[in-house]
Design a binder for this molecule. Structure first.
Ligand code: NAD
Length: 265
Protein backbone atom coordinates (compact mmCIF):
# COMPACT_ATOMS: atom_id res chain seq x y z
CA UNK A 1 0.00 0.00 0.00
CA UNK A 2 3.02 2.35 0.04
CA UNK A 3 4.06 1.67 -3.56
CA UNK A 4 4.84 5.00 -5.25
CA UNK A 5 5.33 6.68 -1.85
CA UNK A 6 8.58 8.06 -0.45
CA UNK A 7 9.56 7.81 3.23
CA UNK A 8 12.30 9.32 5.39
CA UNK A 9 13.28 7.43 8.53
CA UNK A 10 15.78 9.21 10.78
CA UNK A 11 18.03 7.07 12.93
CA UNK A 12 17.57 4.16 10.52
CA UNK A 13 21.12 2.79 10.62
CA UNK A 14 20.39 0.87 13.83
CA UNK A 15 17.74 -0.55 16.11
CA UNK A 16 14.12 0.56 15.85
CA UNK A 17 14.70 2.96 12.93
CA UNK A 18 16.27 0.24 10.81
CA UNK A 19 13.35 -2.09 11.50
CA UNK A 20 10.91 0.70 10.53
CA UNK A 21 12.82 1.43 7.31
CA UNK A 22 12.71 -2.27 6.42
CA UNK A 23 8.98 -2.54 7.17
CA UNK A 24 8.11 0.56 5.12
CA UNK A 25 10.27 -0.80 2.28
CA UNK A 26 8.41 -4.12 2.51
CA UNK A 27 5.16 -2.15 2.15
CA UNK A 28 6.52 -0.70 -1.11
CA UNK A 29 7.96 2.69 -0.14
CA UNK A 30 11.17 4.21 -1.46
CA UNK A 31 13.14 4.81 1.71
CA UNK A 32 15.55 7.59 2.64
CA UNK A 33 17.73 6.20 5.42
CA UNK A 34 19.15 8.81 7.78
CA UNK A 35 21.56 7.93 10.57
CA UNK A 36 25.15 7.86 11.70
CA UNK A 37 27.53 4.93 11.43
CA UNK A 38 30.55 3.47 9.63
CA UNK A 39 30.46 2.94 5.87
CA UNK A 40 29.93 -0.77 6.53
CA UNK A 41 27.01 -0.12 8.91
CA UNK A 42 25.35 2.23 6.41
CA UNK A 43 25.86 -0.22 3.54
CA UNK A 44 24.38 -3.04 5.64
CA UNK A 45 21.35 -0.91 6.52
CA UNK A 46 20.71 0.02 2.88
CA UNK A 47 21.07 -3.62 1.81
CA UNK A 48 18.63 -4.73 4.52
CA UNK A 49 16.05 -2.15 3.41
CA UNK A 50 16.40 -3.20 -0.24
CA UNK A 51 16.24 -6.89 0.70
CA UNK A 52 12.99 -6.19 2.54
CA UNK A 53 11.50 -5.04 -0.77
CA UNK A 54 12.08 -1.28 -0.99
CA UNK A 55 12.22 -0.20 -4.66
CA UNK A 56 14.98 2.23 -3.63
CA UNK A 57 17.00 2.95 -0.50
CA UNK A 58 19.37 5.88 -0.21
CA UNK A 59 21.45 7.20 2.69
CA UNK A 60 21.13 10.79 3.86
CA UNK A 61 23.80 11.03 6.55
CA UNK A 62 22.97 14.36 8.17
CA UNK A 63 23.99 14.88 11.79
CA UNK A 64 20.64 15.89 13.27
CA UNK A 65 22.26 17.78 16.15
CA UNK A 66 22.79 20.69 13.72
CA UNK A 67 19.64 22.49 12.49
CA UNK A 68 21.41 23.87 9.39
CA UNK A 69 22.47 20.35 8.40
CA UNK A 70 18.89 19.09 8.85
CA UNK A 71 17.71 21.87 6.55
CA UNK A 72 20.22 20.91 3.84
CA UNK A 73 19.14 17.25 4.11
CA UNK A 74 15.49 18.22 3.67
CA UNK A 75 16.37 20.29 0.57
CA UNK A 76 18.22 17.27 -0.89
CA UNK A 77 15.17 15.14 -0.09
CA UNK A 78 12.82 17.54 -1.86
CA UNK A 79 14.81 16.82 -5.04
CA UNK A 80 14.79 13.03 -4.36
CA UNK A 81 11.02 12.88 -4.14
CA UNK A 82 8.30 14.61 -2.15
CA UNK A 83 7.98 12.94 1.24
CA UNK A 84 4.77 11.06 1.99
CA UNK A 85 5.96 9.43 5.22
CA UNK A 86 8.24 11.00 7.81
CA UNK A 87 9.41 8.93 10.76
CA UNK A 88 11.51 10.74 13.35
CA UNK A 89 13.28 7.93 15.18
CA UNK A 90 16.84 9.18 15.81
CA UNK A 91 17.47 9.48 19.51
CA UNK A 92 20.16 9.38 22.15
CA UNK A 93 20.19 8.77 25.89
CA UNK A 94 22.36 9.88 28.80
CA UNK A 95 21.61 8.95 32.39
CA UNK A 96 22.70 11.01 35.40
CA UNK A 97 21.01 12.90 38.23
CA UNK A 98 20.02 16.43 37.23
CA UNK A 99 22.80 18.02 39.31
CA UNK A 100 25.38 15.93 37.46
CA UNK A 101 23.89 16.30 33.97
CA UNK A 102 26.35 18.29 31.83
CA UNK A 103 24.70 21.35 30.26
CA UNK A 104 26.17 20.44 26.87
CA UNK A 105 24.53 16.99 27.12
CA UNK A 106 21.16 18.65 27.74
CA UNK A 107 21.58 20.84 24.64
CA UNK A 108 22.66 17.92 22.44
CA UNK A 109 19.89 15.59 23.56
CA UNK A 110 17.19 18.23 23.06
CA UNK A 111 18.65 19.02 19.61
CA UNK A 112 18.65 15.39 18.39
CA UNK A 113 15.56 14.00 20.16
CA UNK A 114 13.25 17.03 19.83
CA UNK A 115 14.45 19.97 17.69
CA UNK A 116 15.43 17.76 14.73
CA UNK A 117 11.84 16.46 14.57
CA UNK A 118 10.54 20.04 14.58
CA UNK A 119 12.83 20.90 11.68
CA UNK A 120 11.96 17.85 9.54
CA UNK A 121 8.24 18.43 10.24
CA UNK A 122 8.26 22.15 9.47
CA UNK A 123 10.00 21.42 6.17
CA UNK A 124 8.01 18.30 5.13
CA UNK A 125 4.47 19.00 6.32
CA UNK A 126 3.49 21.91 4.03
CA UNK A 127 4.10 19.64 1.02
CA UNK A 128 2.07 16.84 2.62
CA UNK A 129 -0.83 19.24 3.23
CA UNK A 130 -0.66 20.53 -0.35
CA UNK A 131 -0.78 16.96 -1.74
CA UNK A 132 -3.48 15.83 0.71
CA UNK A 133 -1.54 12.84 2.04
CA UNK A 134 1.07 12.53 4.74
CA UNK A 135 2.01 10.37 7.68
CA UNK A 136 4.30 11.68 10.41
CA UNK A 137 5.25 9.16 13.08
CA UNK A 138 7.49 10.30 15.89
CA UNK A 139 9.16 7.65 18.01
CA UNK A 140 8.79 9.08 21.48
CA UNK A 141 8.89 6.71 24.47
CA UNK A 142 7.03 5.81 27.63
CA UNK A 143 9.23 8.66 28.83
CA UNK A 144 7.01 10.99 26.79
CA UNK A 145 4.16 9.96 29.12
CA UNK A 146 5.76 9.28 32.51
CA UNK A 147 9.13 10.04 34.10
CA UNK A 148 11.99 8.02 35.51
CA UNK A 149 14.96 9.18 37.58
CA UNK A 150 18.25 10.22 35.98
CA UNK A 151 16.80 11.00 32.54
CA UNK A 152 16.07 14.75 32.68
CA UNK A 153 16.92 15.73 29.08
CA UNK A 154 15.53 12.48 27.64
CA UNK A 155 12.16 12.77 29.44
CA UNK A 156 11.94 16.50 28.63
CA UNK A 157 12.68 15.80 24.95
CA UNK A 158 10.08 13.01 24.72
CA UNK A 159 7.32 14.95 26.53
CA UNK A 160 8.17 17.77 24.12
CA UNK A 161 7.90 15.44 21.13
CA UNK A 162 4.44 14.28 22.27
CA UNK A 163 3.30 17.91 22.62
CA UNK A 164 4.80 18.97 19.29
CA UNK A 165 3.06 16.05 17.57
CA UNK A 166 -0.34 17.03 19.00
CA UNK A 167 0.04 20.61 17.75
CA UNK A 168 1.06 19.40 14.30
CA UNK A 169 -1.83 16.89 14.24
CA UNK A 170 -4.32 19.70 14.91
CA UNK A 171 -2.78 21.96 12.31
CA UNK A 172 -2.86 19.21 9.67
CA UNK A 173 -6.24 17.74 10.59
CA UNK A 174 -8.19 19.45 7.81
CA UNK A 175 -5.72 18.67 5.03
CA UNK A 176 -6.73 16.34 2.22
CA UNK A 177 -9.75 14.06 2.20
CA UNK A 178 -10.73 10.49 2.93
CA UNK A 179 -9.90 9.66 -0.68
CA UNK A 180 -6.45 11.28 -0.59
CA UNK A 181 -5.72 9.81 2.86
CA UNK A 182 -5.28 13.00 4.88
CA UNK A 183 -2.28 14.08 6.94
CA UNK A 184 -1.82 12.52 10.38
CA UNK A 185 0.78 13.00 13.10
CA UNK A 186 1.26 10.49 15.91
CA UNK A 187 3.76 9.30 18.46
CA UNK A 188 4.65 5.71 19.25
CA UNK A 189 5.77 5.35 22.86
CA UNK A 190 7.80 2.18 23.41
CA UNK A 191 8.81 0.75 26.75
CA UNK A 192 11.98 -1.36 26.77
CA UNK A 193 13.07 -2.42 23.26
CA UNK A 194 16.10 -4.61 22.70
CA UNK A 195 18.54 -2.29 20.83
CA UNK A 196 22.07 -0.90 21.31
CA UNK A 197 20.58 2.24 22.93
CA UNK A 198 19.77 0.45 26.19
CA UNK A 199 22.91 -1.72 26.39
CA UNK A 200 24.62 0.61 28.90
CA UNK A 201 21.55 0.36 31.17
CA UNK A 202 21.48 -3.43 30.79
CA UNK A 203 25.22 -3.57 31.53
CA UNK A 204 24.75 -1.52 34.70
CA UNK A 205 22.04 -3.93 35.94
CA UNK A 206 24.06 -6.96 34.86
CA UNK A 207 26.99 -5.67 36.91
CA UNK A 208 24.72 -5.71 39.99
CA UNK A 209 23.98 -9.40 39.21
CA UNK A 210 27.56 -10.62 38.89
CA UNK A 211 27.75 -9.76 35.18
CA UNK A 212 24.72 -11.92 34.24
CA UNK A 213 23.13 -10.06 31.30
CA UNK A 214 19.86 -12.03 31.37
CA UNK A 215 19.47 -11.28 35.06
CA UNK A 216 20.10 -7.60 34.30
CA UNK A 217 17.38 -7.60 31.63
CA UNK A 218 14.95 -9.34 34.00
CA UNK A 219 15.66 -6.73 36.68
CA UNK A 220 15.00 -3.85 34.30
CA UNK A 221 11.71 -5.40 33.14
CA UNK A 222 10.55 -6.33 36.65
CA UNK A 223 10.87 -2.72 37.76
CA UNK A 224 8.63 -1.10 35.10
CA UNK A 225 7.32 -3.37 32.30
CA UNK A 226 4.60 -5.72 33.64
CA UNK A 227 4.61 -8.06 30.63
CA UNK A 228 8.14 -9.05 31.61
CA UNK A 229 9.03 -9.11 27.90
CA UNK A 230 11.25 -6.81 25.87
CA UNK A 231 9.82 -5.54 22.59
CA UNK A 232 11.77 -6.26 19.43
CA UNK A 233 12.38 -3.41 16.95
CA UNK A 234 10.06 -5.22 14.50
CA UNK A 235 7.20 -4.97 17.02
CA UNK A 236 7.49 -1.18 17.03
CA UNK A 237 7.80 -1.10 13.23
CA UNK A 238 4.48 -2.97 12.88
CA UNK A 239 2.67 -0.20 14.76
CA UNK A 240 4.32 2.45 12.55
CA UNK A 241 3.22 0.60 9.39
CA UNK A 242 -0.36 0.48 10.68
CA UNK A 243 -0.33 4.26 11.24
CA UNK A 244 0.68 4.71 7.59
CA UNK A 245 -2.28 2.71 6.28
CA UNK A 246 -5.17 4.48 4.49
CA UNK A 247 -7.60 3.26 7.21
CA UNK A 248 -5.63 5.21 9.83
CA UNK A 249 -6.65 8.56 8.30
CA UNK A 250 -8.56 9.56 11.46
CA UNK A 251 -6.00 8.23 13.93
CA UNK A 252 -4.10 11.44 14.67
CA UNK A 253 -2.66 13.29 17.65
CA UNK A 254 -2.24 10.04 19.56
CA UNK A 255 0.66 8.88 21.72
CA UNK A 256 0.43 5.10 21.48
CA UNK A 257 2.17 3.10 24.22
CA UNK A 258 3.81 -0.18 23.19
CA UNK A 259 5.06 -0.87 26.67
CA UNK A 260 3.75 -4.13 28.13
CA UNK A 261 1.55 -2.16 30.52
CA UNK A 262 4.24 0.21 31.89
CA UNK A 263 2.07 3.34 31.66
CA UNK A 264 -1.12 1.59 32.83
CA UNK A 265 0.24 1.37 36.37
P1 NAD B 1 19.85 2.92 18.48
O1 NAD B 1 20.97 3.47 19.29
O2 NAD B 1 19.85 1.50 18.07
O3 NAD B 1 19.62 3.82 17.18
C1 NAD B 1 19.67 5.21 17.25
C2 NAD B 1 19.74 5.76 15.84
O4 NAD B 1 19.79 7.20 15.90
C3 NAD B 1 20.99 5.31 15.06
O5 NAD B 1 20.67 5.08 13.71
C4 NAD B 1 21.90 6.53 15.17
O6 NAD B 1 22.85 6.64 14.10
C5 NAD B 1 20.87 7.65 15.11
N1 NAD B 1 21.43 8.90 15.61
C6 NAD B 1 21.91 9.16 16.85
N2 NAD B 1 22.39 10.42 16.89
C7 NAD B 1 22.19 10.95 15.67
C8 NAD B 1 22.47 12.20 15.07
N3 NAD B 1 23.09 13.19 15.76
N4 NAD B 1 22.16 12.40 13.78
C9 NAD B 1 21.56 11.42 13.06
N5 NAD B 1 21.27 10.22 13.57
C10 NAD B 1 21.58 9.99 14.85
O7 NAD B 1 18.56 3.24 19.38
P2 NAD B 1 17.04 2.73 19.32
O8 NAD B 1 16.78 2.02 20.60
O9 NAD B 1 16.71 2.08 18.04
O10 NAD B 1 16.28 4.12 19.45
C11 NAD B 1 15.51 4.69 18.41
C12 NAD B 1 14.48 5.63 19.02
O11 NAD B 1 13.59 4.88 19.86
C13 NAD B 1 15.07 6.72 19.90
O12 NAD B 1 14.40 7.95 19.65
C14 NAD B 1 14.80 6.23 21.30
O13 NAD B 1 14.68 7.29 22.21
C15 NAD B 1 13.49 5.52 21.10
N6 NAD B 1 13.17 4.55 22.13
C16 NAD B 1 13.97 3.46 22.36
C17 NAD B 1 13.64 2.57 23.37
C18 NAD B 1 14.47 1.35 23.69
O14 NAD B 1 14.21 0.71 24.70
N7 NAD B 1 15.43 0.97 22.86
C19 NAD B 1 12.49 2.79 24.14
C20 NAD B 1 11.70 3.89 23.88
C21 NAD B 1 12.05 4.77 22.88
Amino acid sequence: FLRGRAALVTGATSGIGLAIARALGAAGARVAVNGLGSDAQVAAALAAVRDAGAPEARHFGADLADAAVVETMMQDLADWGPLDVLVNCAGVQHTAPIGEMPAATWDKLIAINLSAAFHTMRLAMPGMAARGFGRVVNIASVHGLVASVNKSPYVASKFGLVGLSKVAALEAAGAGSRASGGVTVNCVCPGWVETPLIEPQIAARAAAHGGDRDAGVRALLAEKQPSGRMSLPEDIAATVVFLCRPEAHNLTGAAIPVDGGWTSQ
